[in-house]
Design a protein around this ligand. Sequence first.
Ligand code: FAD
Length: 389
Amino acid sequence: MIDKDMDFNALEDSAFRKLLEDWLAANYPQEWRQDMRRPFRRLRGDDVVRWIGMQLDAGLRCPAWPKEYGGMGLDFLKQSVHQEVFETYGVARVVDLAEVQIGPTLMVHATAEQKARFIPPMLKGEHLWCQGYSEPGAGSDLASLKTAAIVDGDMLRVTGQKIWTSHAQEATHMFALVRTSKGERKQQGISFILLEMDAPGVTIRPIANLAGEEEFCEVFLDDVKVPLANVIGGLDNGWTVAKALLGHERVWIGSPGLATRALTLTRTLLAARPHDDVLFDAYAACAADLHDLRWLYRKTCSAIAGGTEPGVEVSMLKVIQSELLQRITELNVELGGDDALVDGDSPVGDTVTDYGWQYFMARPGTIFAGANEIQRNVLAKAVLGLGSK
Ligand SMILES: Cc1cc2nc3c(=O)[nH]c(=O)nc-3n(C[C@H](O)[C@H](O)[C@H](O)COP(=O)(O)OP(=O)(O)OC[C@H]3O[C@@H](n4cnc5c(N)ncnc54)[C@H](O)[C@@H]3O)c2cc1C
């Protein structure tokens, strides 16, 4: 049993690491672990709620949240230890965006009444959240969004369409950007709202990705009534809230965890299958680049732990991580040879893998959370000082 009142930050890193490892070994279901077959496994459906409940009961829910909101109150360095232990153990990821996105945003931008209404059910996993930003025609150019919300008494009436909304079919709530007026700049007149997915007028249509997973959805909003009390940060002021939401997630997304897992499969394949020197050299290059990514990631985490606010250069982590993961999964397919053409599981040594699944699941990483081309534009302008004056 973990003492829920414990000050985790006061522990030595090694003691904290052991506490988490022991707890995972005793409690985490084996069938949820990421493995050779599903190296980037995500939990779905009831398992998500069960997992949130397990962490809550153990005092291990929401590492970055302050204790006053029921979180673990970890400082940044301890958060990075927590993340590393969970990734190394193969804890499946969860797409509920309460913990990393909307919860921390509400803590800063919501009224006391909104915090009291929305944060406790997030913590307990009673509400699961998805992100309704992107629309057909408004992805990288998000401020072009067209979903319209008209004030009607104490309600907003919302009509439009969102797309690529991850796991919307399992969420109970969505935080969304809607247009409430037209300003001089397209970033003006946008509002940040919270809506219920079972409200009349909400239609959710899942989209299967190339790996066969129904990972994201189209969400149609047809005259959906949303209380004005669910607008965060004030009407027409949503752009500021939307930008603030990404916060430290920009760092975590650059974690070398997924690439490390994928390269473990590469090593297993190299040991189990015939291969030529070209493929071995490709492995060596990936291993060297992973080493560099780990170094950059640690350096970034240490700087933030030391009090440096993450700047735009953090975009480097996301670009390097997502492209390296794609290279490794491509190499795994090369190493798999004819087996990689099989749809579904193929044997590797004394285990199995699904080449297509891991290859296809790595593809979107260069698109979501700010497409890599956009990140490169940002780096070119803000870090290298290139581009228009
Ligand atoms: C797996 C996955 C999950 C997602 N989940 C969510 C979610 O939960 N909620 C949500 O709101 N959205 C989600 N998205 C959407 C994601 O945010 C968008 O796909 C992303 O912002 C890119 O927008 P787009 O798809 O409209 O492509 P576009 O913006 O149309 O871009 C198409 C291509 O053009 C390039 N491009 C565009 N503008 C420029 C430019 N100025 N300079 C150089 N190149 C440019 C892009 O980099 C890209 O390669 C998800 C996407 C994926 C793939």
